[in-house]
Design a protein around this ligand. Structure first.
Ligand code: ACO
Length: 335
C-alpha cells in the first residue's frame, strides 16, 4: 500500500457514539401483531429483535444523544464543530432540517447544518462528503450522523416489511489530521432508474403524492418494497462497491481487519462476505439485535466494534452499503 506524503490532510474519525432506544420489539411480539412466525423471520433475515423509539422521541433526539457520545469520545467541545450532516430518511419533519434541530440540542452554535438523503447508504455518503470537505482545507471538524426512526414509516400491517426495520442513531466526529490514518478510499454511486415507487420507497408525503386522506388511507405514506428484487440488487451491488473501493485504495480484502456491511438481512451480509472473500470472523453482524436501522446501521456497528475493541487503533475497516435510490457506497478507513 502506498503511504501518504508528509503533511497531506486526511479525514480521521476521532470519536464515535450511538444511541439505541431501550424498548425492544421481539419476533414473538411481532407474532401478536401480524401473521408471522419468529422462526420464519430468523431464517429469512437473521433478525431476532429490534429497538423502537418511544412516541415522544424524534430522530433528532437519537441523533443528538449519539452526537454527545461521539463528542465525548473525541474529547472536543460542541463549539468546535463547523458542519453537521444528518443522514436520514426519517427526518423530524420536511423542514427545518433535522441537522438544525440537532445543532440546537447539542449547542453547536458555530456549525452550519443540513440533512442528507441517501436512504440506507446515507452514512457512507455523509462520510464521503466530509472526507472531501476536509481535504479541501475548508473544514477541520465535521459531525456526521446516521439517524432513523423507521418505526414511524413502517406499515405495521405489512408482514413482509414491518419485521425488518428498527430505530437508532450513530455519529462520528471527522477531523482534519496529518497523521497516516483516516479515510483512505471512498466511493459512492447511484442509479435513479430504480427510483421507482414499487421497488423500495415511501411514495406519499412529498410533491408527487402529497399527504391527503386518500393517500394515507392507502398507506402510501409508509414503506413499500419488493423484497426479493431488493435482495438480489443488494447481493450484487455491495460486493461490486467493496471491490471497487479496495482497488481504489490499492488493497486486497486480506488487508482489511473488519468489514461492516449495511445490516439489512443476515443472508445478504453472508452473501456479500462470500462474494468478496471475507472470512466470517471478519464480518461484523448486529442485525440480529437491531434489525435494519437504515442510514444508521454501519456507524452503530462501527461504534460497537470500537467500544468492544473488535476494532483497534491502526486497524483497517471497510464499510459498505446500499439503499433506496438506488444508492450505494463503500469506505475504507484506517482507525
Ligand atoms: N412471515 C411469514 N411469511 C412471510 C412474511 C413474514 N413476515 N413475509 C413474507 N412472507 C411470505 C410471503 O407472503 C411469501 O408467501 P407465498 O409464497 O405464499 O407468496 C413467502 O413468505 C416468501 O416471500 P418472499 O418475499 O419471496 O420471501 P424472501 O425469502 O424473499 O424474504 C425478505 C423476504 C425477508 C423481505 C427478503 O426478500 C429481504 O430481506 N429482502 C431485502 C430487503 C431489504 O434489505 N430491504 C432494505 C433495503 S435498504 C433500504 O434502503 C431501506
Amino acid at each position: 500500500m502506498s503511504r501518504q506524503s508528509q503533511n497531506q490532510i486526511r479525514a480521521v474519525i476521532s470519536g464515535t457514539g450511538a444511541d439505541l432506544p431501550e424498548k425492544v420489539l421481539t419476533n414473538s411480539d411481532l407474532e401478536q401483531m401480524v401473521d408471522t412466525e419468529s422462526d420464519w423471520i430468523v431464517q429469512r433475515t437473521g433478525i431476532a429483535e429490534r429497538r423502537i423509539a418511544e412516541q415522544d422521541t424524534s430522530t433528532s433526539d437519537l441523533a443528538a444523544n449519539a452526537a454527545r457520545r461521539a463528542l465525548k469520545s473525541a474529547q472536543i467541545d460542541p463549539l468546535d464543530i463547523e458542519l453537521i450532516v444528518v443522514c436520514t430518511a426519517t427526518p423530524d419533519m420536511s423542514f427545518p432540517s433535522t441537522a438544525c434541530v440537532v445543532q440546537m440540542k447539542i449547542g453547536a452554535k458555530n456549525a452550519h447544518a443540513f440533512d442528507l438523503s441517501a436512504a440506507c447508504s446515507g452514512f457512507v455518503y455523509g462520510l464521503d462528503l466530509a472526507d472531501g470537505m476536509i481535504k479541501s482545507g475548508r473544514y477541520k471538524t465535521i459531525l456526521v450522523i446516521g439517524a432513523e426512526t423507521f418505526s414511524r414509516i413502517v406499515n405495521w400491517t405489512d408482514r413482509s416489511t414491518c419485521i425488518l426495520f428498527g430505530d437508532g442513531a450513530g455519529a462520528a466526529i471527522v477531523q482534519a489530521s496529518t497523521e497516516d490514518r483516516g479515510i483512505i478510499a471512498s466511493y459512492c454511486g447511484a442509479d435513479g432508474a430504480y427510483a421507482d415507487t414499487e421497488l423500495l420507497a415511501v411514495p406519499a408525503g412529498g410533491s408527487t403524492l402529497p399527504v391527503t386522506a386518500e393517500n394515507v388511507k392507502k398507506q402510501l405514506h409508509k414503506i413499500t418494497m419488493k423484497g426479493r428484487e431488493v435482495f438480489k440488487l443488494g447481493v450484487r451491488i455491495m460486493p461490486e462497491a467493496a471491490l471497487h473501493t479496495l482497488q481504489m485504495a490499492g488493497l486486497t480484502v486480506e488487508d482489511i481487519d473488519l468489514v461492516i456491511p449495511h445490516q439489512a438481512n443476515l443472508r445478504i451480509i453472508e452473501a456479500v462476505g462470500e462474494r468478496i472473500g471475507v472470512p466470517s470472523e471478519k464480518l461484523y453482524i448486529n442485525v440480529d439485535r437491531y434489525g435494519n436501522t437504515s442510514a444508521a446501521t454501519v456507524i452503530i456497528a462501527l461504534d460497537e466494534a470500537l467500544r468492544s475493541k473488535r476494532v483497534n487503533s491502526g486497524d483497517l475497516v471497510l464499510l459498505v452499503t446500499f439503499g433506496a435510490g438506488l444508492t450505494w457506497g463503500a469506505s475504507i478507513i484506517r482507525m
